[in-house]
Design a protein around this ligand. Structure first.
Ligand code: ADP
Length: 542
C-alpha cells in the first residue's frame, strides 16, 4: 500500500520559490568585482533567476545541457544557481584557480554550452575560448557599459543585457527529482579530473541536513557569509540551505583578505561564516594585529583541511566564536560530518573538550560511515583503531560523470581516500590520507602531475612529490629527485622547468636531491618511508 501524500519532486526551483514567498525581503549582499557593495533580496534573486531561465530558453538550451560559470561568490552567481538548475539545465561551476589547460579539458569533457564569467576572469576566457569546442555562448557577468569593445571573444554579451531583455515571470518545470542539477570536477585523485554530478534530490536532502541544529544550525535570524567559493562543491551547499531557511546571505566577491572579510562581517552583522583554515588564518592575523573584535559573529564552520587547535582556541577564547569543524568531499556534496557536541561533553574541562572539537565530527543523518582494515574487515568504533574511511548515503556519488558504469564503490560504499578513527560516540577523526594528493590552501595538487613534469626533464631519473606542513597553506608540495648520472640539474633549473606547465601555486616549493628513493617490492615509491627520512626537513621560508 502506498502512502497517500502529495507526490512532489524535490526540485531546486522550490527553494527559490519558497524563499521569495516567505522571506522575500531577506537580503543578499555582495561585494562585487566592480568594487562596490551591492544589495539585493530573495524576491529580486527569484525574479532575475527567472530571467536567466527565459534567456536560456531563448538560446535554445535543452534539458540537462550544461551552463558553466567562472565566478566569485555573488548575487549574479546565485541567480545562475537557481535559474540554470531550476529550468532543468545543469550548472557547472568551473574552478578559476586551475591552469587554463585544465579548464579547457574540463569544459570540453562536460560539453558546456554557455560560459558565464566574472570580468576578473576575462584573461582566462581570452586564453581558453578558442579551445573550448562546445561553448557557443559567452556571457560576462557585468552590465553592457563594462563590456570591453575588443575582447576577442566571439559574440560576447553582458549578463545584464542578456537577462534584461527577458520577462521576470517563468513557470518552473516539474521533472524527475533524480535529474542532474549541477556538477563539480575534482582533481582530488590521480589521473584526469572527475565530476560529481549532483541531482535535485541529493542537493535538497543535503541542504536540509546541512541546515539542522546539529549541523550548521542555520535559521532566518542568521546572516551567513560563505567565504568558501561557490565553485567549490556549491559553497558546501550554503546557497541552498540559505534559501531553505531564509537567512540573510553575504557574499565576499573576490576579496578574501582578512581586512575585507572583517569589514564585511561587521558591516553586515554576519553571525555565521564558512571557509577553509587558510582564509581564517588571514582573518585572525588581521584581527590580532589591529586589536579588533567581532560584534555579531557567533559561529564559523571550518573544513576542507584539518582545523589547527590554535585556530579553535583563538576563535573561542579571544573572540567568543564557536568553531564547527567539518569534513566532507566533492563526492559527498560535500557535507559528511560536523563536530557539534553532545550533552555528555558539556561538563568536560577545556582540554578534554578541545580533544572532541578537534575531531572532524559525527555523521549527519543521511551519511553512514565505516572504517576498514587492509583486508576489508570493519574496524571497531573505539577511537583507536584506524583504517580506510568509507561512506554511503543519498548525497554520496555512485559513479562519476561519464563513468560509463564503472563504479568507484566497494560493496556499495564510497572509499574516501581518508584514513580515520571513529569513537564510541560516532565522532570521526582523520589520521591520514591514502590518496596521493596534497591540499594547499583548500585546493588540490596531484603529486602524480608534479612528478610527471619533473620526470619530463632530461636531467631527472626519478621524482617523488610529497606534501610538507606549511603554516599558512596547510601543505605545500616538494619534489624529491634522483638526478641522471652526469646531470648538472639545479634546484632553480627544475623549478623554472615547471613554469607554464602547471598553475603557479601548484609548482613545488622546493627540490630535494637524493641518491635514491625507497622502493617497495613491486617497484612502487614508498612515500611513507620517504616522509620518515625527511622528517627533519623544513620548507624554505618564502
Ligand atoms: P572540500 O575541499 O570541499 O572538503 P574536496 O573534495 O576538495 O572537498 O576535498 C575533500 C578532502 O579534503 C577529504 O577527503 C579530506 O582529505 C580533506 N578534508 C576535508 N575536510 C577536512 C577536515 N576537516 N580535516 C581534514 N581533512 C579534510
Amino acid at each position: 500500500m502506498l502512502g497517500l501524500m502529495q507526490d512532489q519532486p524535490l526540485l531546486i526551483s522550490t527553494l527559490i520559490e519558497f524563499s521569495q514567498r516567505h522571506h522575500g525581503e531577506s537580503e543578499v549582499v555582495s561585494r562585487r568585482v566592480e568594487g562596490d557593495i551591492h544589495r539585493s533580496n530573495y524576491k529580486q534573486i527569484s525574479a532575475r533567476s527567472k530571467q536567466v531561465a527565459n534567456a536560456l530558453d531563448v538560446m535554445g538550451l535543452q534539458f540537462s545541457d550544461r551552463v558553466a560559470t567562472l565566478a566569485w561568490n555573488g548575487y549574479r552567481h546565485l541567480e545562475l544557481y537557481f535559474g540554470v538548475s531550476g529550468s532543468g539545465r545543469v550548472l557547472h561551476t568551473l574552478n578559476p584557480r586551475l591552469h587554463p589547460d585544465q579548464i579547457v579539458w574540463i569544459a570540453n569533457h562536460a560539453e558546456d554550452q554557455v560560459l558565464c564569467f566574472d570580468m576578473s576572469f576575462l584573461p582566462i576566457v581570452q586564453a581558453v575560448h578558442s579551445r573550448c569546442t562546445t561553448i557557443k555562448h559567452f556571457v560576462a557577468l557585468c552590465d553592457a557599459s563594462r563590456l570591453p569593445a575588443d575582447s576577442g571573444i566571439p559574440g560576447l554579451q553582458s549578463y545584464e543585457a542578456w537577462i534584461g531583455a527577458q520577462p521576470q515571470t517563468y513557470s518552473w518545470p516539474s521533472f524527475d527529482e533524480n535529474s542532474a542539477s549541477s556538477m563539480c570536477y575534482t582533481s582530488g585523485t590521480t589521473g584526469n579530473p572527475k565530476a560529481a554530478l549532483y541531482s535535485h534530490r541529493s542537493t535538497l536532502l543535503h541542504a536540509l541536513a546541512g541546515a539542522l541544529p546539529d549541523s550548521l544550525n542555520m535559521s532566518a535570524r542568521d546572516s551567513v557569509l560563505p567565504v568558501v567559493p561557490m565553485f567549490h562543491v556549491n559553497a558546501w551547499g550554503l546557497p541552498y540551505s540559505a534559501a531553505m531557511t531564509g537567512c540573510k546571505l553575504v557574499f565576499p566577491g573576490p576579496a578574501m583578505d582578512g581586512k575585507s572579510i572583517y569589514e564585511l562581517i561587521e558591516s553586515e552583522s554576519v553571525s555565521f561564516a564558512a571557509g577553509v583554515p587558510t582564509v581564517w588564518q588571514m582573518l585572525l592575523s588581521h584581527m590580532q594585529t589591529g586589536g579588533l573584535h567581532f560584534s555579531s559573529l557567533k559561529r564559523t564552520v571550518i573544513g576542507g583541511s584539518a582545523c589547527p587547535p590554535a585556530m579553535i582556541t583563538a576563535f573561542n577564547d579571544l573572540y567568543g566564536v564557536e568553531v564547527l569543524h567539518a569534513w566532507g568531499m566533492t563526492e559527498m556534496s560535500p557535507l559528511g560530518t560536523v563536530c557539534t557536541l553532545k550533552n555528555k561533553h558539556m561538563d568536560l574541562d577545556a582540554d578534554e573538550m578541545m580533544k572532541v572539537r578537534l575531531k572532524q565530527g559525527r555523521g549527519l543523518y543521511g551519511v553512514d560511515m565505516k572504517i576498514i582494515d587492509d583486508n576489508g574487515a570493519e574496524l571497531p568504533w573505539d577511537g583507536k583503531a584506524y583504517g580506510d574511511l568509507l561512506v554511503k548515503g543519498p548525497w554520496v556519488i555512485k559513479e562519476y560523470f561519464k563513468g560509463e558504469g564503472a563504479s568507484p564503490l566497494v560493496d556499495g560504499w564510497f572509499p574516501t581516500g581518508d584514513v580515520a578513527t571513529i569513537d564510541a560516540d560516532g565522532y570521526m577523526q582523520i589520521t591520514d590520507r591514502s590518496k596521493d594528493v596534497i591540499k594547499s590552501g583548500g585546493e588540490w595538487i596531484s603529486s602524480i602531475d608534479v612528478e610527471n613534469i619533473a620526470m619530463a626533464h632530461p636531467g631527472v631519473a626519478m621524482a617523488a612529490c610529497i606534501g610538507m606542513k606549511h603554516p599558512k597553506w596547510d601543505e605545500r608540495p616538494v619534489v624529491v629527485v634522483v638526478k641522471r648520472p652526469d646531470s648538472e640539474l639545479t634546484r632553480e633549473g627544475l623549478l623554472s622547468f615547471y613554469e607554464g606547465k602547471t598553475a603557479k601555486w601548484q609548482i613545488p616549493d622546493d627540490v630535494i636531491f637524493v641518491d635514491a628513493i625507497p622502493l617497495g617490492g613491486t617497484g612502487k615509491m614508498q612515500k611513507a618511508k620517504l616522509r620518515e627520512i625527511l622528517s627533519d626537513y623544513r620548507l624554505p621560508v618564502a
